[in-house]
Design a protein around this ligand. Structure first.
Ligand code: ASP
Length: 604
């Protein structure tokens, strides 16, 4: 070993020992003949001192080192001079008086500071990810991620689960996104699909009698990038046989509750047991099915009052089957016209045509977009329904329900941010259940599964699939944490006839269904246990536990917002010979392809 101790390990009790440390130079300070170096490794930092009188060679070497040089230093652990201790550093009581100092490798000046956490252009961070990961925050994030995964493995092991790997080269397993395809060399014109999740495989493992399966599984979904999306991401994929949804929910609730109590004890769980909301209730109260329940500001329905407000926009919307709903932006009654205009622009970005408001001035007077013909008793009812007090700002959206909920749901979170109501130290888990089984797609003129096509309908709603599918509910449950859907799962269909009926309902032609999922239908003829599962996202969960704003911060080598790896330069054009072997001719987007030159052959 190059070192006897880590850079985070030495304490007062080591004083007098001769030790060897190795690591990176975090900072160097020259002080009246002495040189001080902070030597950093994964475990911490130790101050090194070189003294020209005591060891001229070490001092001479130290005078040439710069930040990020890699060193090996042997020396004597000694107490820092009185008053020079650093209480912020775990090793702050001591320093290492260098007897020998060897440069194992020099370093160029890095493109950004490593010893400070300053804002840096993200593409630069990603290009030099190996340097970015030297930042203490990133190291802590990756360590937390590892702890999360380790906790899961230990916990599920105790619960008699078995971890099983499933293939990456597989067949389409749709979760609502596009597939990544991999061309086959040996089967010209044929492709594997990377799994969007191991959904089918875990169900087949239940058919195989495994009963309790999990996997820390990589999933691949080709969809547009957003803050919390990546082309490949990691799920805790889990499936159990002979269970109801209560069994899965209580397993997950128990596991995550003990996990956060152990791994992030400084955070507070908002509620134990976790609250549960029916889908309809979540949408009506919070505007969305992945609500942030750390604060109030709930939506209120005033559709019934709208025609009496004398406001034509409201009345017309309701006449066309729309809704009028509002929320009370507590304490923002003093907002200026300009600030309200900003909120209106925000609302318009989500489809609303405008934002109506009543500002209740601290003196009880009102400013409003629609108070002109508003009868006093209707105003009084509005104020009471929104629990308005002097100083409040009431915001209303009138539109088709989907737009009303989307806009107010977003506005609710925006207002909470402005009011600083979203406390990062609070973890508000909740369950959302009783989702509609299918949703009507106006564009495709067909029913789409609201979860995925293997989810079972509620038993008592099965008959509705024939008569009124829009009213059927699914046996789906979503795990929600602080405004994010962290995972979803369901009890599955385990009867072939029902699975075939669902394929038909969602418009999968029988031949297509057989071609894509024939293996599932066939398996369903060999004794399938009732089963169900869930798949919480490891990236999102760790992101929230780490207090980060996007999942890239908890992934070692993520893609950027354009789905590119800017460090290695992927994706990149393939060699003509590779394409030929794969029976592929690139025709589209010639311009984009030729602008990037083919990768250089490695010299090795
Ligand atoms: N496969 C589902 C998903 O990835 C989760 C599940 O139903 O277990 O969302």
């Amino acid at each position: 070993m190059y070192k006897t101790h880590t850079c985070g390990e030495l304490r007062a009790e080591h004083i007098g020992q001769t030790v060897t440390l190795a690591g990176w130079v975090n900072a160097r300070r020259d002080h009246g003949g002495l040189i001080f170096l902070d030597l950093r490794d994964r475990w911490g930092m130790t101050q090194i001192v070189t003294n020209p009188e005591l060891s001229p060679q070490a001092h001479e070497n130290a005078s040439h080192v710069r930040n990020e040089f890699v060193l090996k230093v042997t020396g004597l652990v000694r107490a820092r001079l009185p008053g020079k201790e650093n209480p912020k550093l775990a090793t702050g009581q001591i320093e290492l008086e260098a007897q020998s100092l060897e440069v194992l490798n020099p370093s160029k000046v890095p493109p950004f500071l490593i010893n400070e956490d300053q804002p840096i252009d993200e593409n630069v961070r990603l290009k030099y990810r190996y340097l970015d990961l030297r930042h203490e925050r990133m190291r802590r994030n990756l360590e937390l991620r590892y702890q999360v995964v380790k906790f899961i493995r230990d916990y599920l092991h105790q619960q008699r689960f078995i971890e099983i790997e499933t293939p990456i080269l597989f067949k389409t397993t749709p979760e609502g996104a596009r597939d990544y395809l991999v061309p086959s060399r040996v089967h010209p014109g044929e492709f594997y699909a990377l799994p969007q999740s191991p959904q089918q495989l875990k169900q087949l493992l239940m058919v195989a009698g495994m009963e309790r399966y999990f996997q820390i599984a990589r999933c691949f979904r080709d969809e547009d990038q957003r803050g919390d999306r990546q082309p490949e991401f990691t799920q805790l994929d889990l499936e159990m046989s002979f269970v109801t949804r209560e069994d899965i929910m209580s397993l997950i609730e128990g596991m995550f509750t003990s996990m956060v109590e152990k791994l992030v004890p400084e955070k507070r769980l908002l509620a134990k047991p976790w609250p549960r909301f029916k889908y309809q209730e979540a949408v009506q109260r919070f505007g969305k099915d992945n609500p942030d329940i750390r604060f109030g500001l709930e939506l209120k329905d005033i559709t019934d009052l709208a025609p009496q407000t004398g406001f034509k926009v409201f009345a017309d919307t309701v006449a066309r089957g729309g809704h009028v709903r509002g929320l009370n932006a507590k304490g923002l009654g003093g907002y200026t016209r300009k600030q309200i205009d900003e909120l209106t622009e925000f609302a318009k970005a989500f489809g609303a045509k405008g934002l109506a408001y009543i500002a209740v001035e601290p003196n009880g007077q009102h400013r409003s977009t629609f108070s002109k013909f508003l009868p006093a008793e209707v105003l009084a009812e509005l104020l009471s329904r929104l629990e308005a007090e002097p100083g409040d700002l009431l915001l209303f959206v009138a539109d088709q329900p989907a737009i009303v909920f989307e806009t107010l749901g977003r506005l609710r979170v925006e207002i909470a941010d402005r009011l600083k109501l979203r406390d990062d130290s609070v973890l508000a888990f909740c369950w959302v259940i009783d989702f509609p089984y299918v949703n009507w797609s106006e564009t495709d003129k067909r029913w789409d599964p609201s979860h995925h096509l293997f989810t079972a309908p509620m038993e008592e709603d099965e008959a509705l699939l024939d008569t009124d599918p829009g009213r059927a509910r699914g046996q789906q449950y979503d795990l929600v944490l602080n405004n994010y859907e962290v995972g979803g799962g369901s009890i599955r269909i385990h009867r072939r006839e029902l699975q075939e009926k669902v394929f038909k309902l969602i418009g999968l032609e029988p031949e297509v269904a057989r071609e894509r999922f024939g293996h599932m239908l066939e398996a369903f003829e060999y004794g399938v246990p009732p089963h169900g599962g869930i798949a919480p996202g490891i990236d999102r969960l760790t992101m929230i536990l780490a207090g980060e704003q996007n999942i890239r911060e908890v992934m070692a080598f993520p893609k950027n917002q354009q789905a590119m790896d800017v460090m290695a330069g992927a994706p990149s054009p393939a060699e003509p010979q590779q394409l030929e072997e794969l029976h592929i001719r690139v025709v589209a987007d010639d311009k984009a392809a030729t602008e990037k030159s083919a990768p250089e052959k490695s010299a090795a």
